[in-house]
Design a protein around this ligand. Structure first.
Ligand SMILES: Cc1c2[nH]c(c1CCC(=O)O)Cc1[nH]c(c(CCC(=O)O)c1C)Cc1[nH]c(c(CCC(=O)O)c1C)Cc1[nH]c(c(C)c1CCC(=O)O)C2
Length: 342
């Protein structure tokens, strides 16, 4: 009998008590063992493209905390890297790449993208062999809009003003870029599923900077297209869509994109989250700062989520990635409390 993983049950609409959990960015700098492996790797992208090391850092948080899911260790910016945008991760500066202009958008070529990403797919394969059978394996990619914001600015910005401006001035070129990214990202997700991922998450971390009309055109439409492509080829694919900061725009997000579950950031009121949960599974949404603060604020935040969302289909998670300042002991406390052990 193949094992049924709890997160898969939730993604199929079941209520699992206590809810299964994992944390966005669960492999990362808050863990001393991650920092040690990271040093061995040289550059951050070398870590992403070296299966031995990527498998190791993916497994580190599973060994410590027995999360219900492992998330492939990689980055959303391996896609622009595969497109030869000269992606660099300089410590202390965040990601950088060559900013893309209109002419370069129209000359982007998809050939060779998956071949460039073959070490990441090898990591997925090895992970499925090495993980405990009850642990789900999650693949992921960035949503077209979020990836495009970095490609246009050439680096991170506080509000993605360059990409928003580009959208008003060069609407057609932006839509071309988003459609292009939707196609290759869908193929990348299919390859991750074929390599052994139980489910995939689409990160639209910058959905929250878009106005209503732009949210429809730049966030909903490309993600819906991606999911349509994935499902046309892998009908049973399980998909989590996380549109950070989307607020009221989340109301129809599940229906419009076709995602199984929607990820919620910590600014989503629990009463609204409960409404969204009536239509299907939700994931979230503890403020990562509560894991840094610890103590009562950690306990209260967890209890509020469990009280309001714990009786329906829920994947417990943070509302965004765990930060390097988080205390690993607080993560242990979080896991125990969600599981009713403390
Ligand atoms: C926007 C985005 C990126 N990457 C990602 C997103 C979407 C989610 C989000 O909004 O956080 C997604 C991501 N990045 C990473 C993962 C690995 C899996 C996991 O444990 O969640 C995942 C799922 C590793 C990483 N990606 C990065 C690190 C830190 C790099 C290091 O170790 O030096 C890790 C562990 C680098 C990265 N990568 C990115 C940025 C802006 C940065 C620099 C900021 C930072 O340093 O936190 C782009």
């Amino acid at each position: 009998m193949p094992v049924k993983r709890k997160i898969v049950d939730v993604l199929e609409g079941k209520t699992v008590t206590p809810p299964p959990l994992w944390l966005m960015r669960q492999a990362g700098r808050y863990l001393p063992e991650y920092r040690a492996t990271r040093q061995k790797a040289g550059g951050f992208l070398d870590l992403c493209y070296t299966p031995d090391l990527a498998v190791e850092v993916t497994l580190q948080p599973i060994r410590r905390y027995s999360f219900d899911a492992a998330i492939l260790f990689s980055d959303i910016l391996v896609i622009p890297d595969a497109l030869d945008r000269n992606v660099r991760f300089t410590p202390g500066e965040g990601p950088q790449m060559d900013p893309i202009d209109e002419a370069s958008i129209y000359s982007l070529k998809a050939d060779g993208t998956l071949a460039h990403l073959s070490p990441v797919l090898e990591t997925v394969k090895r992970l499925r062999q090495e993980l405990p059978s009850e642990t789900a394996l999650l693949g992921f990619c960035g949503a077209p809009w979020t990836v495009a914001t970095y490609m246009i600015a050439g680096h991170g910005t506080p509000d993605q003003a360059p990409a928003r401006l580009f959208g008003y001035r060069n609407r057609q070129a932006l839509e071309h870029l988003l459609a292009f990214l939707a196609e290759i990202s869908a193929e990348y997700l299919i390859a991750q599923i074929d390599a052994g991922a139980d489910a995939v998450q689409i990160f639209d971390s910058w959905a929250g900077v878009l106005g209503e009309a732009e949210f429809e055109a730049f966030a909903v439409k490309p993600v819906a297209r991606m999911i349509e492509i994935v499902r046309s080829k892998r009908p049973n694919a399980r998909i989590i869509a996380f549109a950070k900061g989307a607020g009221m725009n989340l109301r129809q997000y599940r229906q419009k994109t076709g995602a199984d579950a929607i990820g919620l950031d910590w600014s989503v009121p629990l009463s609204f989250a409960a409404e969204l949960q009536k239509d299907g599974p939700v994931q979230g949404n503890l403020d990562p700062m509560r894991v840094v603060a610890g103590g009562q604020s950690l306990e209260d935040g967890i209890d509020a989520i469990l009280q309001v969302l714990g009786n329906g289909p829920l994947i417990f998670n943070l509302g965004h990635g765990i930060t390097p300042e988080a205390d690993p002991d607080n993560v242990a406390k979080l896991v125990n409390r969600v599981r009713g052990l403390g």
